[in-house]
Design a protein around this ligand. Sequence first.
Ligand code: COA
Length: 338
Amino acid sequence: MTQTRGQGFESGITGVGKYFPDRAVTNHDLEKIVDTNHDWIVERTGIHERRFADPGVTSTDLAVHACRQALDMAGVKADELDGIIVATVTPDMMFPSSGCVLQQKLGAGRCWAFDLSAACSGWVYAASVADSMIRSGAARRVMVVGVDVMTSIIDMTDRNTCILFGDGAGATLFERLPEGEEGMLALELGADGSGGEFLYMAAGGSAKPASAETVANREHYVVQDGQSVFRAAVQGMAQVTLNVLDQAGVTAEEVALFVPHQANLRIINYAAKKAKLAPEKVMVTIDRFGNTTAATIPSSLCIAHEEGRLAKGDLVLATTFGAGFTWGGAVLRWVLGD
Ligand code: COA
């Protein structure tokens, strides 16, 4: 669905941050655990290694580092935030929200805080909420975090899924921009609940509360029909990429950097090709970090900024597709830099 964004204040990203656990796990490391091999993983996914958090490390433990980096970059204190949105499928616990846990860890005063569940589309969904709140005047500064500790819900005996995911956090501070400055140009969100059967975690919610049986049946792990998700994701990513460009009235040549969700290099390359985006404009981090679910786009934005791949005024395109199914796209002007 195209977002009707209306008139109002402009929002832009004034700080970015990222955090990955230190422990790098290579494809060769995984060869020792499941029946797989480095060449298969690289050829089918583009992943060389990913980071795994140590047991007991939570999503907000990762997020707090990413948020501090974003706040420092923007020169904003935690208690100046109006709100925190944490996009995640691996909250620290069912409740209170990881938003509230993070607020306390950050020392962010009494700003509102909540979690948003849209799996791999979480960051784009959360960015849309932050933009709307800033646009309407309801908020001036919103921290949008994408974070997942996927190792907490991955079955390390399932080679179909355990090779794909990693742990990480990305933070983006959205602020009201001075009059005359342009930030978010277009947003597009969508969902198709009929895709739910292809990527899910069965137990732990009200449908199947945790029990000895759900544990014995290994129902607290991600289940994925890889081929069905792949087929839907290839088409869905390409479509939302074309749609949001069209909505922004921007051509592929005008885009400085395409920052796609990092689920599979083949999906990324297909979407880029369909949108006629040159390979050098495509941000790829999946080789180093795997699929970190809600964290892929904000952490990639941070890495792009740190690597000098983004300059003030650049047009950034970010698109995603994930469980739900959900999808989303954003075209924004980069306001960071000199
Ligand atoms: N190592 C080695 N072989 C593996 C393997 C692994 N880790 N995982 C699966 N295989 C095998 C399969 O068993 C199958 O063998 P068979 O032909 O003897 O049955 C073969 O490799 C091909 O499997 P297939 O599932 O068709 O591979 P694929 O090309 O579809 O790639 C994924 C698998 C998971 C990488 C791919 O489907 C994918 O990326 N899906 C979408 C993921 C995604 O976007 N998720 C969204 C989250 S946001």
